[in-house]
Design a protein around this ligand. Structure first.
Ligand SMILES: Nc1ncnc2c1ncn2[C@@H]1O[C@H](COP(=O)(O)OP(=O)(O)OP(=O)(O)O)[C@@H](O)[C@H]1O
Ligand SMILES: [Mg+2]
Length: 226
């Protein structure tokens, strides 16, 4: 279980969150919605541990996350978090395959040849095999989005944070991503998605709207009973 309590965040004088509570269980998909500039990416960044909170607590599996030092934080990230960033954060001058395998370089125990096999298999599934050896600067937005998705799940994280993961996808690829999220859910992962895309509410266990510096629970899905 991942649990935020009374988390506050401001940038200088600009208040973003006045105190938010969020609990996500293993096997749940949670959506964060709300207008542009409201704080969706900031919240994902705090959960990923790349941005600090001003106040409040963050626990994952009973461990306090934010009291940790930088080294422990990056170990937590590397072990547990898969993050699909809004701007993809791919390296333009590297090929798609090089980008996919980059996080594996930071994991000492990683078996790179089996990870490469897995990367190729996922690339096949998400129809980017033909651009694996192409530099990222020469592929399309939708191809970048799918590469970012593959990279985020390659190391089998148990928390997947996805920032507008479907914004560049056509209907077929959208369907592939929905299937992926449902598979991850069935595997007991925690999936937190920041999005404007109403189509994603169909797979969500909980939908939160961010407004007035708070998180408001809009719907609590019954996908477990469905
Ligand atoms: N590093 C920063 N320093 C100062 N202000 C920031 C910083 N990052 C974000 N902000 C501000 O915080 C607010 C929330 O930004 P954030 O990126 O979290 O919004 P968002 O909900 O993800 O928006 P969008 O839907 O456009 O992606 C914005 O008003 C933004 O200008
Ligand atoms: Mg954002």
């Amino acid at each position: 279980m991942l649990e935020l309590k009374q988390v506050k965040k401001s940038y200088k004088d600009k208040q973003i969150f006045s105190g938010i509570d969020l609990t996500v269980e293993a096997g749940q998909i949670v959506l964060l919605m709300g207008k542009s500039g409201i704080g969706k990416s900031t919240l994902l960044d705090m959960i990923a541990g790349v941005k600090s909170m001003d106040d409040g607590s963050y626990h994952y599996r009973g461990n306090e996350i934010f009291c940790q030092d930088d080294k422990q934080m990056s170990r937590f990230r590397n072990r547990h978090i898969g993050y699909i960033l809004q701007d993809f954060a791919l390296i333009d001058d590297y090929t798609v395959l090089e980008n996919l395998l980059l996080p594996a370089l930071y994991r000492r125990s990683a078996d790179t040849s089996s990870l490469e096999d897995k990367a190729r298999q996922l690339a096949d599934q998400f129809e980017v095999s033909d651009v694996l050896d192409t530099k990222v600067k020469r592929i399309s937005g939708g191809q970048k989005q799918r590469a970012a998705i593959i990279r985020s799940i390659l190391l089998d994280p148990d928390i997947i944070l996805a920032d507008e993961p479907t914004s560049n996808l056509d209907a077929d690829n959208f369907q592939l991503v929905i299937e992926l999220f449902n598979t991850l859910k069935a595997d007991g992962k925690i999936i937190i998605i920041a999005t404007h895309d109403d189509r994603l509410t169909a797979i969500a266990d909980k939908v939160y709207q961010i407004s007035d510096h708070r998180l408001k629970l809009m719907t609590q899905g019954g996908s477990d009973d469905a």
